[in-house]
Design a protein around this ligand. Sequence first.
Ligand code: DGJ
Length: 722
Amino acid sequence: MTEILVSEKLIHLRNDRISYAIGLLEGGIPAHLYFGKRVEKLNPSSLLRAAWLPGDGSFSMQNCTLDHTPQEYPAFGLGEMREGALIVRRENGTRTADLRFVSAGVMDGKPELAGLPATFGEACKTLKLRLRDELLNLDVVLLYTIFDDCDAIARSVLFENNGAEELNLERCYSLCLDLPDSRYDLITLSGAWAREREIVRRPLVMGQQGVGSIRGASSLQTSPFMALLRPETTEEQGEVIAAALVYSGNFTAQAYVDPNRYTRMMMGINDTGFQWTLCAGATFQTPEAVLVYSAAGLDGMSSQFHRLCADHLVRGRYAHAPRPILLNNWEATYFDFDEEKLLSIARTAAKVGVELFVLDDGWFGHRDSDNSSLGDWFVDKRKLPGGLTSLAEKVHSLGLKFGLWFEPEMISPDSELFRAHPDWCIHVPGRTHIEGRNQLILDLSRPDVCEYIYNALADNLSSSGIDYVKWDMNRNFTNVGSALLPPERQKELPHRYMLGLYGILERLIHDFPHVLFESCSSGGGRFDMGMLHYMPQTWTSDDTDAVCRCRIQYSTSLVFPPFAMGSHVSAVPNHQTGRVAPITTRGNVAMSGCFGYELDLNRLPEEDLKEVEKQIQRVKEYRQTLLYGEFHRLLSPYEGNDTAWITVAPDKNEAILMLARALALPGTYPPLVRLRGLDPAKTYRILETGETYGGDELMNIGLCIPLPWGDAASVSYTLKAE
Ligand code: DGJ
């Protein structure tokens, strides 16, 4: 049962499996006591004594420093010598805050966070812990939601300036978690374009460590995610405490180990280039961070994140629905297409069973390359003389849905929009524009710009028979400045940009509920829980090479479930790596996500086209399990030559197992792969081999899986309970 127990000195949040405890020190400072496995009785005195407070555990502000005290929301300036979660500047320039307990309210369910993406749910309870700095007249409300069905706590902070003085938030993180030791490894995800989210695991060391982005987006280079796990923790066992930010802009995710070997974990908006002016009477809501606890290794952590994404984050018609198998023309034609070329691909796509045809970049303005027209969202009649409506009708008449690419946040210097509104881009007056991919970024902190973007999209969506939108974003912030914001609010731009973007998305998904949105940012440059709240799938990476995709999808699955990952079969030699992987492997890897093709089917050899038809039939038959089953990683491409994973239907009657090998190595034996997630008492038939095994046998002993000859070999087995 989920409950939040509030007593004079102790607040205890718990569900059937986890507990989170807060102690109230003398004077009302909220101390962090515990986050982990559920406990029945919680006597805080031992926790407070255990070196967390000096001497006998008593606390007095006169001669005490908070340097050793585990806190829920440490602020700069109150004897706290570590980096804290909050820095507030007053009009007189001083920066100290002293937050004391006012009240603890408990509500059923969870409040929405104004203007921000957030988890939601009815089967949960929320604690509102109100703190106050009397001198600043600042109320700080710490929000904690605990879910019935997830071992997760969602946290965020609301600031209310109740005084007459103007305050400035120079730092206001979403999460601080103080842990009583530092015997942890830290996992973060770091990468690059076409090599997103590589797993980086290292032991915690004394001092500050972590990742962050000041690029204006969560980024290709890293992700708003961190996990602390015991050194002995593996995929299958051991403790993990992990956090992810439900936000898509600049962030920080830090672990700090102090000289006493306590660990402080913090996450929130990156304070580099950030500040928020809080006028008298104003409020500020931070993004939400979700904390997950697992006593069952990384597999347990991922299953909590996956459940959160599935049941508490993604919205709309497609949240739990089969995703259409798509064909995207990008790698098939790039900018070089006309209506007939597109339709010839669409006709073949329809014949082999594809369900959605997506027209990517190049359909608008006069965009024959990436150096023009972003912002001019009207059709290029040279390429599509009948316009979008006619193309959409023709695609629909083939029995396919029609999808379209936009990059709404951008503006090309060579565009009608830029000529009309040169001040609509993010820029610094007097500085030469710094272009990325020949484009500039629209200033989404401006309401007029947001209105333009909404209308441009809404006009197209209302008139052109569009069933799907690929929402791209292909560069990061430079020369950060807004023509509209006053000098003292320029540092608000990156966050105001995110609020502007979220506002547009909220309106669009509300007004066009039938449209399936897929988020993209040069591939997976904004693959985060924020975007997932609006768009149920994200293009995982521009790297469609099956061997690379094993790594990328494997690591992405640490946080995100298969239904969140766009994954396509593309042509060989692969356009990113030059590798020639068999069509079977390209299909086997791609079908562990939102499946599709990104090639000219008319150029495929006959036997490959037959294979495509078979793949599509198989995905249609098993996509509910492939997308929404329980996903388990079995062999890591970060530790060897092989990748394996399995997706198991919730009733455990069906599973799809995938094994891929990067390089053929002579003298190696087929791997014995121990499966997970099956029912030990059931007997499973492998449809492809006809063999039957017990669930316990497959999980305890494993399955020896012979692979075909050659590099990038793979098999995908269908397991059915008998
Ligand atoms: C980057 C995306 O990741 C690609 O899939 C493609 O849509 C291009 N942009 C188009 O410019």
